[in-house]
Design a binder for this molecule. Structure first.
Ligand code: CMX
Length: 426
């Protein structure tokens, strides 16, 4: 029989802890970053000040999860991705079966969550509903209960992992219910105890699309958005909140609130909205010349081109490429997807000419909406919920790691303008 995820993590964590503490003991005083005033006033871009082992995002390469580049992960499903994020390894067949079962038995959602979601205003943003649903379950936190009973800090990771499995297992039902409630799609669909996360999510959404193809897209969606190192808004926010020993319900809800921003996870809805507006204006798939006019108008109005640019990447996002290839394979003639293709051919050349823009290339959000739209998931204010469903795995894995190695409360020093001035004007 395969070791349970708890036994597997206990073994890994013993090694990670001793490796990290020996390293910090020996090299703790080694300097790894210099920070300029521009960096402080510029969102701390490029400052190597956070630890994260679940994934890295080299600026010329893009997402690498636990040492495996995104391009080599496109055949994974959500359960495998979550296992990889947590343990640093892909599961064997036996481990997969054990882990998948551990998630299946946790998928049923407390009844009060449905009551809360149903009571929310009909025009609530789906991300507000998701964040509220997660927060409403905080009273279920294993970590919070055990913390109150006085567990030793070396065991914090164990109860954070318990919370992680519980939340990740329940989110497909919650996310699917938000879709059905928010957009009047009829009765909620009950989870199927035998189905894996992505399968069950597709089943509960109840979208009338070719199920195998749509399922492949959802699987890719779950893997591609699952993690993007530790400094992005959702991961960093969640880690800061979790560092106060607020449990994962609090910290995941907080991370989702950050994901809901248009410069972060909401960019997928903004990108599709932009594409559809252009199509409406030009009565169908616009020509490259028409897209050029629209891009220039958007920039002149002081808006960003959603889905383009990135705080870290300096190449085409490999996640964009994975979804783009999906569209090329399954429906190259789809009118919205063709608009994505034309936009990709036009936007980078325009953005390259604007010196302040560091990265003219598309990120993942430039394309995903068009694929969901093709399969009939047309309510684009819902797209960030799917991003969150996937990102929950990275937020959870990072929290388990942080508790495992005993990361302290995050508390950088802030200083006023006068202090910065005093450093240069002597
Ligand atoms: N369109 C127009 N202007 C852009 C731009 C774009 N796509 N990308 C960057 N810029 C502008 C910035 O707004 C900034 O202008 P100001 O100095 O006037 O404020 C300037 O170029 C420099 O920005 P940068 O250093 O290249 O990029 P940042 O690290 O500051 O910001 C990001 C990164 C993603 C917020 C930005 O590229 C952007 O707003 N893109 C559009 C929104 C988007 O697609 N977000 C999703 C990112 C992926 C994710 O996190 O999910």
């Amino acid at each position: 029989m395969a070791a349970s995820i708890f036994d597997k993590m206990a073994e890994k964590i013993e090694f990670w802890r001793s490796d990290m503490s020996a390293f910090v003991k020996e090299h703790g005083e080694h300097k790894v970053a210099d920070v300029t005033i521009s960096q402080v006033m510029g969102g701390l871009r490029g400052v190597n000040a956070l630890w994260c082992d679940t994934s890295v995002v080299p600026k010329e390469q893009g997402l690498i999860i636990r040492g495996i580049p995104m391009q080599d992960l496109t055949d994974l499903n959500g359960v495998q991705a979550f296992y990889l994020l947590l343990t640093g390894e892909l599961p064997t067949d036996e481990e997969y079966h054990e882990f998948s079962t551990a998630l299946k038995i946790r998928k049923f959602v407390p009844y009060y969550v449905w009551e809360i979601l149903k009571a929310m205003p009909k025009d609530s943003h789906p991300m507000t509903m998701l964040s509220t649903a997660v927060l409403s379950m905080q009273k279920e936190s294993n970590f919070a209960h055990h913390y109150e009973s006085g567990i030793h800090k070396s065991e914090y990771w164990r109860y954070t992992l318990e919370d992680a499995l519980n939340i990740v297992a329940k989110l497909p039902s919650i996310a699917a219910a938000i879709y059905r409630l928010r957009y009047n799609k009829g009765e909620l669909v009950q989870p199927d105890p035998d189905m894996r996360l992505s399968e069950d999510f597709v089943h509960m959404l109840g979208i009338d699309a070719p199920q195998n193809e749509f399922l492949s897209l959802i699987r890719l969606f779950l893997v591609a958005h699952s993690d993007h190192e530790g400094g992005n808004v959702s991961s960093f926010t969640s880690a800061v909140v979790n560092s106060a020993l607020s449990d994962l319900y609090y910290s995941m809800s907080a991370g989702f609130n950050g994901l809901a921003g248009p410069l972060h996870g909401l960019a997928n809805q903004e990108a599709l909205k932009w594409l559809l507006d252009v199509m409406k204006k030009f009565n169908g798939t616009p020509t490259k010349e028409q897209i050029e006019i629209e891009v220039n108008e958007t920039l002149a109005a002081g808006h960003v081109i959603p889905g383009y640019g990135h705080a870290v990447l300096r190449v085409v996002d490999p996640r964009f490429t994975a979804f783009y290839n999906f569209g090329k394979l399954h429906f190259p003639e789809d009118t919205v997807f063709k608009t994505v293709v034309h936009t990709f051919e036009v936007v980078p050349e325009i953005l390259k000419k604007i010196p302040k823009i560091q990265n003219p290339w598309p990120n993942v959000d430039a394309v995903t909406g068009s694929l969901l739209y093709h399969y009939g998931l047309k309510e684009f204010s819902y797209y960030t919920v799917m991003f969150a469903l996937s990102r929950s795995m990275g937020l959870a894995a990072q929290a388990v790691m942080n508790r495992a190695i005993g990361m302290p409360i995050v508390r950088p020093k802030s200083v006023p303008t006068s202090w910065f001035k005093s450093q240069v004007i002597k």
